[in-house]
Design a protein around this ligand. Structure first.
Ligand code: DX5
Ligand code: ZN
Length: 214
């Protein structure tokens, strides 16, 4: 699959309706929603109050990426707030399985995420238990960082593990993605590319989204 999920983190929150209308018109597949708590990551973004206007104005599925400690306390509320998928970090929890069950019980798609310093092998036991894995290609916390090249080999590794098992688990890549590296990422096995600054910082965001899908 070749899906693009612009990250709302880089949108203009003073003109959220306008930016969501751009997303609606564009070839973007999902809207990526970055939730940061200031504890798991050294930055705070936004929480539940923004889910409502995003759901109201955005017609694309909301792909929620929780960068928070204790995701078990909040995943159900994000499901109820209209998330299409909910992901959290493997390294933020002791046992992801009961938390995945909370999300599944809501009928929402699951995603397990790791930062670049977490061994990618740790995801393997969960490949058949989630809809998607998200490999961070920068350290979670901020938009506008530079893509970490070592991510490429991790994508190929995870893709081969998924293929070996005959699964259709999606691979999502988040951080430093742009129109220049998108095709290489898809070729390596990525299914979903998140892009914040490359999309919202573009003079022509719709064109950039289109180019990323080529
Ligand atoms: C980083 C977030 C990303 C971020 C990507 O912690 O998870 O989704 O918005 O931003 P860019 O595309 O600018 O690297
Ligand atoms: Zn993200």
């Amino acid at each position: 699959m070749k899906l693009i999920a612009p990250s709302v983190l880089s949108a203009d929150f003073g003109h959220l309706e306008r930016d969501m209308e751009m997303i609606n018109r564009s070839e973007a597949d999902w809207l990526h929603v970055d939730v940061m708590d200031g504890v798991f990551v050294p930055n705070i973004s936004f929480g539940f109050p923004l889910m409502e206007p995003m759901r109201k104005y955005c017609r694309k599925p909301l792909d929620v990426h929780l960068m928070i400690v204790h995701p078990e306390k909040y995943v159900e509320r994000f499901c109820d707030a209209g998330a299409w998928s909910v992901g959290f970090h493997l390294e933020a929890v002791e046992d992801p399985l009961p938390i995945l069950d909370l999300i599944k019980a809501k009928g929402v798609r699951t995603c397990l995420t790791i930062n670049p310093d977490i061994a990618v092998e740790r995801l393997v036991p969960y490949l058949d238990k989630v809809d998607m894995v998200l490999l961070m290609s920068v350290f979670a916390g901020f938009g506008g960082q530079k893509f970490i090249p070592e991510t490429m080999d991790k994508i190929r590794f995870v893709k081969s593990e998924i293929t070996k098992r005959g699964l259709n688990t999606l691979i999502e890549i988040d951080g430093g993605v742009n129109a220049q590296n998108a095709s290489e990422l898809f070729a390596a096995g990525a299914d979903v590319l998140v892009a914040g600054s490359a999309v919202f910082g573009s003079a022509d965001p719709e064109k950039t989204i289109h180019e990323m899908k080529q």
